[in-house]
Structure formats: structure tokens, C-alpha cells
Design a binder for this molecule. Structure first.
Ligand code: CU
Ligand code: CU
Length: 383
């Protein structure tokens, strides 16, 4: 850890900081602060509630310019791509998507840029959402600088698997290919590039969520897509920045608003390369967990920490009992210090608008978070 961070700092000349003076200063501030935290005593342990996040020690300093990036981790929580929907002659729902691979520099921590490979100019790529049994048709175009593929997790034929040497295999630069299959099984899945070397193609940013809703639906909830990811900024085979939805410590700076008592459902996916295990720990509460999201009943009940190996994923469900700020983070301390921790801001109905405004959100974000499923729940709703 120390060695890694030192290397990160001494190699900062290789890192590409923003052109603006403010961004550069913020970048320098982040490095200085991190170095300070490392050189002195161990990280102070965050308290469980009432964290003053503006003063939180060891935090990345400054803010990432989401507008320049063209995506916002907060919006990615609720932002689903349902495709262009039509009906096939046999009555089946058809969803058509356009996905392209493109190179793009993205800001992953204040003032720190990463030369990413992206799907649709964002990392993670578009979160595809559909219903079990839908026909999925994806026109994939490679406008990047290397051969890529789309490899989905789910049932499909070998030709549609996006694996080098099988079927169409790698899609060369300036070429395209249409992947088509039926969406099954229902669950919390993902897709990623499977070109070789796989490590490189994944950690550069070519991955995204793929959620298939069960035909019977799931109980209404506020839903979030959380992609645990990380970035090897100096290409030494180790990560320097860890995050949920790409930007380190974003949800510390902007706590995620939720309502006290409401059902919260998280589609959690781990795409961290180079580190074998990642985890998610929720403070002061417990959750139910659906491994891979392929069941309607939890596969684990009443846990407060879940671990995921790379490409593992699952659904978390919980309710926050009292107002306040509750932390969530990897229970790997190294990851938290380098960006992987955040806060939920649980508020009562009366404080909802203020909580949204505080982090630059509006009614639309609220609506998307609570109406994201493609099917209406057909079971009983627990009051
Ligand atoms: Cu690739
Ligand atoms: Cu995979």
C-alpha cells in the first residue's frame, strides 16, 4: 500500500492533469493529502454516523467536472437504457441498442485523468435493462483504436458470445456486428469486452450493467446501479483509484439521498481488475442479498457485508431505520482510502427536497430511481 501510493505520487509526472489551473491544484492537493495521510499515523477511523464529510481525513480534495466527462456517477445510479422497443410478429418484445467502443480521457478523481476505452463515451457503459424473455439486438460499432467485442453474461449461442476466435470473434476497428439473443435468466448481470489481453480491455473501462427483470417483477423500491471499479493510472498492474461508478469518493462529497424506511435495492457489480476480492459493507444496518439476482428469494439474509470476486454481482435490499448519514464502503481499507466509500443520506419526507437540492438532484432523479423496473410487480406489496 505504502509502496503503491509512493509510486503513484512519484510517477505523477506521467499522469495527465487537467489543463485548468484549478484542476491542477486540486490534483496536487489530492496527492499531498494522500501522502500526508500515509506518512503519519494510520487513517483515523470514520465514526458511524454524523460524519462531517467536508472535513473527512484522507478524502480526495476538490471535485470532478462531470460535465466535461459527460457522465455523472449520481445519475448513473438511476440511468437505465431500455433500448428502442417494438414488438416482433410472434409477439415478443424487441429491444434494440446501439453501443460503440471509443477511446476517451476521463477524470476519475479531482484533476486526475485516465485514458479510458469506453462504451458510448462513459465508464461504466450504458446500463441495459429489459424483461426476461425479451429479444435483445445490439448493433456494436468499434470506433476505438483496438479490436473489441461485446461479451454478455447470460444464456446465448456461441456465435453471440463475443469471444475471440469464436463466431465473428473480435470486431476490428471501424467494423460493426449485431449481437442478438433472448434475455435470460433474469438477474443482475453485466457485459464487457472480451478481446485480449482481457485484463487490459476490462480495466480500461469496457464494462457495464445488464439487468434482466423477472416477468413477475420485484416489489417497488428505490433502485440504484452500483458498479465497483478501479483504475490503474500508471499501468503497473495495480490500481490507484477505486470507486463506485468511476469517480473516487464522489458519494462522500455528495451523499446519496434516500428516504427513511423505504425499500432500497442495489444492483451491485464488481468489475475491479488486479485485486481478487472486493466487498460492500453497509453501516448500522443489515441487508438481504440475492446472489447474481437470479432468484426471487434472498440467497443470504441479514448480512452487513458481502464479498464479490471479479464479475460477481448481486442484489442488495434494505431499509434505513433512522435519519442520518450512513456510510457504505469496501471492507478492504486500502480501497476505501483510495476512493471506494460513500454515504447514504437518509431523510424524512419533509426534508426530501432539501436533500436532493444539496447534491444537485431533481425530481427526475427521484422518478427514475423509483420507476426503473420494466415490469409491474405482480406480488403482494409489503406496507
Ligand atoms: Cu476491448
Ligand atoms: Cu465476464
Amino acid at each position: 500500500m505504502n509502496a503503491k501510493l509512493t509510486q503513484f505520487i512519484t510517477r505523477r509526472n506521467f499522469l495527465r492533469f487537467g489543463v485548468g489551473g484549478a484542476a491542477t491544484l486540486a490534483g496536487a492537493g489530492l496527492l499531498g493529502k494522500a501522502a500526508q495521510a500515509q506518512d503519519t499515523s494510520p487513517m483515523p477511523t470514520p465514526s458511524h454516523a454524523g460524519v462531517d464529510h467536508s472535513q473527512h481525513p484522507g478524502m480526495l480534495v476538490g471535485a470532478v467536472d462531470h460535465e466535461r466527462n459527460g457522465f455523472d456517477p449520481m445519475q448513473m445510479l438511476v440511468d437505465w437504457d431500455y433500448g428502442v422497443v417494438s414488438t416482433l410478429p410472434n409477439g415478443q418484445t424487441l429491444r434494440e441498442y446501439n453501443i460503440y467502443a471509443a477511446d476517451m480521457d476521463i477524470e476519475i478523481a479531482p484533476g486526475l485523468f485516465f485514458p479510458a476505452w469506453t462504451f458510448n463515451n462513459r465508464v461504466p457503459g450504458p446500463s441495459l435493462r429489459c424483461t426476461e424473455g425479451d429479444r435483445i439486438r445490439i448493433l456494436f460499432t468499434n470506433v476505438g483504436s483496438h479490436p473489441h467485442t461485446l461479451h454478455f453474461h447470460g444464456f446465448h449461442t456461441a456465435e453471440m458470445d463475443g469471444t475471440p476466435g469464436i463466431g465473428r470473434g473480435e470486431i476490428q476497428v471501424a467494423e460493426n456486428f449485431t449481437y442478438e439473443f433472448d434475455a435470460e435468466p433474469f438477474g443482475c448481470h453485466h457485459y464487457h469486452c472480451h478481446a485480449l489481453p482481457l485484463k487490459r480491455h476490462i480495466h480500461k473501462g469496457l464494462y457495464a450493467a445488464f439487468v434482466i427483470d423477472p416477468k413477475v417483477g420485484r416489489p417497488p423500491a428505490r433502485e440504484f446501479m452500483m458498479m465497483m471499479n478501479a483504475f490503474d493510472t500508471n499501468f503497473d498492474g495495480e490500481n490507484e483509484i477505486y470507486a463506485v461508478n468511476t469517480v473516487g469518493h464522489e458519494f462522500m462529497r455528495r451523499p446519496i439521498p434516500v428516504k427513511v424506511g423505504e425499500l432500497i435495492r442495489i444492483y451491485l457489480i464488481n468489475m475491479v481488475e488486479f485485486d481478487p476480492i472486493n466487498s460492500f459493507h453497509l453501516h448500522a444496518h443489515f441487508f438481504d442479498y440475492y446472489d447474481h439476482g437470479t432468484t426471487l428469494e434472498p440467497t443470504l439474509r441479514m448480512v452487513d457485508t458481502i464479498m464479490q470476486a471479479q464479475a460477481q454481482r448481486g442484489i442488495l435490499e434494505f431499509r434505513l431505520r433512522w435519519p442520518g448519514k450512513y456510510m457504505f464502503h469496501a471492507h478492504v481499507t486500502e480501497f476505501t482510502e483510495l476512493g471506494w466509500m460513500g454515504l447514504f443520506n437518509a431523510v424524512e419526507e419533509a426534508d426530501w427536497q432539501a436533500a436532493l437540492a444539496e447534491v444537485g438532484l431533481d425530481e427526475e432523479w427521484d422518478r427514475k430511481g423509483t420507476q426503473s423496473s420494466t415490469v409491474e410487480y405482480q406480488g403482494e406489496v409489503e406496507s
